[in-house]
Structures are given as C-alpha cells and as structure tokens.
Design a protein around this ligand. Sequence first.
Ligand SMILES: [Zn+2]
Length: 264
Amino acid sequence: MDEEWIERYSRHILLPEIGGEGQKRLNEAKVLVVGAGGLGSPAALYLAAAGIGKLGLVDSDAVDLSNLQRQVLHGTADVGRPKTTSAAERLADINPDVEVVEHDLRLEAANVMEIVGAYDLVLDGTDNFPTRFLVNDACVIAGKPLVHGAILRFDGQATTIVPGDGPCYRCVFPEPPPPGVVPSCSQAGILGAVAGVIGSIMASEAVKVVLGLPGILKGRILAMNALDMTFREVNVRKDPSCPVCGENPVIKEPFDIEFACGVD
Ligand SMILES: [Zn+2]
C-alpha cells in the first residue's frame, strides 16, 4: 500500500465497515453501469471516486444539450460526442486508477450475457422498459446482483436484486407496461436533482454489495418524492411463479422486447 493510495481512500479506510481490506475489495471489483444518463452519471462518478477497479459503461447515445440539466458526467463541450467517451474522460480525471470500459452500444439479447458476464455487479440506470427487463433477466440468469433505479418527474425509486435470494424485478412487475401507459422523462420531465439522489443511492448499494455489507435494499423498494420530500419503503416478495426466477422459469435466456417506449 503506497501513501497515495492511503491518502486517496483515507475517508473510506477510516470507516470500520470498509477499512483497508474493504478498499482493496473495491479496487478489485468489476461493476457495469447501464446508461450514462441521469442515474448512471452520479452512480459512475461515485463508483470511480470509490476506486472500483473496472467500471463498464453502456450507452449508445451522444450527449444532447437537454441532457446537461441532470447528466452531470457530461459538460457543454461534450454535446454531440458519444456519452461513453465523454464519461470515460471525466471518470479518468476523477480517478486514473479505474479501468473504464466503454460499451458504445445498445444492450440486446445477442450481447447482454457476454457483457454482463464480464462484471461482478450491474447497475441499471436505463430509461426504457425493454432494456430494464432485458437486464433483469440477464442478471438473474447469470446470477449477478443488480441495483435498479428509476426516475420520473419528482419521483424516484431504487431496489437491489440478488438472484436466488429475494425477489427480482419481474417478481414485482412480471411484464412491461403496455406502450403508451408510462411516459418517459423526455415526455414528462424530471427534476435533475432527483437523478442525483437515486443515482447516489445506487452507488451506495453497489459499494455495500461489493463489501458484503448487510442492509441492502433486497426485498425492499425505496421510493421518494421530492415535491413533498417523502421517502417510503415497499416490501416486496419473491414470486414462486416468476417467469424468470420462479420455481418453473419459462424465461431461460434473455430476449428482446419490441415496443415503443412512453406515450406517443
Ligand atoms: Zn423474479
């Protein structure tokens, strides 16, 4: 352990729950962040700062001016550049020890298992239901813990899925909502700071999962509303008839869900 390492991570090392051993585990962890947007931005910033050894970022979009209101990984000069490139530069500046892997693509049934398989843990900060269900199914099948987050308007929610130990996303929401029922952020709006709160909760959960700390959001959905500033918790259970993690699963490999997101 050199002095620079001790200094950089001293505020973690001071915590008895982390210490030097825990910090080394963080430095060896491989974490995938799906979506370098509103949730992926704060999550990836804190995970890079925490010294996660290998940080994968999945996003096929370019930075748009309308993203900058909440997607704090990117700057004004990045408009038009690939989000993964913009993010990788910012993260390397925060912590050059982190290996950032740019996955400048859309997750699909054809590539999700290979990509998810290269990491210990996945954070889902995607903004659409097809990817959310695809990532849930892939993580359950691959046995990888998954930290889920979602935001809309003044609302946010987060939960942590540990395959084989508690409910998965499909246990709670067996099927995606029909097209047109749930609007997207680009249609309904989002308070930027809500993305910061939920993305930071996701990063906290990821660190705890890596360290094996108790108290993760397993079997619990934490929901917040920033307008009246309330937080509440909903307990959720594993569904024995869940199509992917139940007793007789019918989903044995990930598949692509085709439908238009949000309200037309
Ligand atoms: Zn399930």
